[in-house]
Write a protein that binds this ligand. Sequence first.
Ligand SMILES: O=C(O)CCC(=O)C(=O)O
Length: 203
Amino acid sequence: MKILISELSNYTQKKIVHEISDIIYKAPLFTPLTPIWNNQLKVSITNAGAWGWLSDKQGYKYVKFHPFTKKKWPPIPITLLKTWNKYSSSLIPPNCSLINVYKNEKATLGLHQDKDENNFSYPVVLISIGNKAIFNYGSSRKNLKKVCLPSGSVVVLKNESRLYYHSISKVYKSDKNIFFNSKNVDLPKEGRVSITLRRFEEN
Ligand SMILES: O=C(O)CCC(=O)C(=O)O
């Protein structure tokens, strides 16, 4: 099972935290709902880019506007674009940057595939910042590996791993996270943030 895992420098992580704080200021975090059942997900989210991913009672979707402010999502910032360029081997840029905020160790993300994008020839780049987390991944629900992702991890899902199932089953408790401070009100010192860079194509 092939996934590519690399690590960002502290300097780059701090730049990304600065950029996502700005995105959250312009496009506030919200809690998505599960399709049909209308239950709250355990993460809060927002987006940058021409398209934003969200989930609500009607299903999973890409939308051009924030569901509450009704404004366009802010552009994808430069450090995230550079990270995509460095690790994805794709010359075409992402057009969606989903930000997932895991407030504390109780926040998890269920097993899923990223398959709302319509074109799977583009990779998915996942960036982790904050507390360590357990990432489970594999080609089928019954054949999962797990890896601990420290702050700065970059996971690339492409080619045979592009449609791998994946989940976050645990976020570790620690208040030693050096990346989120009191200026980043929405970035929890006891939590974790992940940024998912993807390319969506309209049908
Ligand atoms: O938080 C993570 O690292 C995983 C995020 C994820 O799977 C997703 O956004 O689809």
